[in-house]
Design a protein around this ligand. Structure first.
Ligand SMILES: [Zn+2]
Ligand SMILES: [Zn+2]
Length: 288
């Protein structure tokens, strides 16, 4: 009996080591890699930069060589995140990569660069200004009670409708809904599997493909009290405002205070739209 319990504990500790944890450990080992080197594990960083739009599928071969293409992608990444443009995989850059973030890419086309942008960006085919968008959600896959999820989602949509000419209405039938919101773990059928706790927290689709997905493997906080006292928790309101921004047609902004900045701190609420977010949403829908 005792040994069974022991085995259970080992299995439990094994399954709580997520693929994201393993990835970050290998990233950390690459700190201070520079151009011209061959660094074991660098292909995973290339995959990471490709995932977020910094390396195109065609040009990257994903070997472990720190080549000119990777160097250039790294410089663009550092520029986007307002880091020192060292072109080296320095500690600050590796730490930024390890920070939890949204799964949507930062750089969208091969010809776009983040150089000197410091501005919101838009994508997709926005809903007509003045739309009253119907949304539907399920709380399956989260420990937060459905009525609290409802309150948080309403609050997140309100941030946008307070400043722009767009409205939201909750509906209770998924069919013919504009935006469908849910919590999913791992591979959930849209080609962008979640990665366990940390790493990618959520992703959403640009209009008019209205889907917002939250990673079930995160510890989602329903309120500030839970957020403050629960190690590793993520504020659902903060992330929901961000993902709904994508559903409305905003891409990632390289303005650090913007809601549409790609990464977030754990146990931190960032729920106030920045001037950059407001300019972006009003560009799409006009002021409220
Ligand atoms: Zn995002
Ligand atoms: Zn998804």
């Amino acid at each position: 009996m005792k040994s069974l319990l022991f085995l259970g504990l080992i299995l439990l500790s094994f399954t709580t080591t997520s693929s994201a944890d393993q990835k970050w450990a290998s990233f950390a080992k690459l700190t201070n890699s520079h151009q011209g080197q061959s660094a074991p594990g660098l292909s995973a960083v290339k995959e990471y930069l490709k995932q977020f739009g910094y390396l195109s599928t065609k040009s990257a071969t994903f070997d472990n060589k720190f080549d000119a293409t990777f160097h250039s992608a790294l410089l663009t990444y550092q520029k986007f995140f307002n880091l020192k443009n060292s072109g080296v995989l320095d500690a600050t850059t590796v730490n930024q990569m390890m920070e939890p973030r949204c799964g949507m890419p930062d750089i969208v086309t091969e010809n776009t660069t983040a150089n000197g942008r410091n501005l919101y960006a838009v994508g997709g085919n926005p809903w007509p200004p003045g739309s009253k968008l119907k949304y539907y959600f399920t709380s399956t896959g989260t420990t937060i009670r459905k009525r609290h999820v409802a309150r948080i989602i309403r609050g997140a949509f309100n941030r946008w409708s307070n400043v722009a000419n767009v409205l939201f209405k909750r509906v209770f039938i998924e069919k013919e809904t504009d935006i469908v919101i849910g919590f999913f773990s791992g591979d959930h059928g849209d080609g962008s599997p979640f990665d366990g706790q940390f790493g990618v927290l959520a992703h959403a689709f640009y209009p008019q493909n209205g889907r917002s997905h939250f990673d079930s493997d995160e510890i989602w906080a329903p309120n500030l009290r839970f957020l403050a006292r629960t190690t590793g928790s993520v504020d659902l309101l903060t992330i929901a405002i961000h993902e709904f921004g994508h559903n409305l047609g905003l891409r990632h902004s390289d303005v650090q205070n913007a809601i549409m900045w790609p990464s977030v701190q754990l146990q931190t609420r960032k729920a106030t739209l920045d001037a950059d977010d407001i300019e972006g949403i009003q560009f799409l829908y006009g002021p409220n």
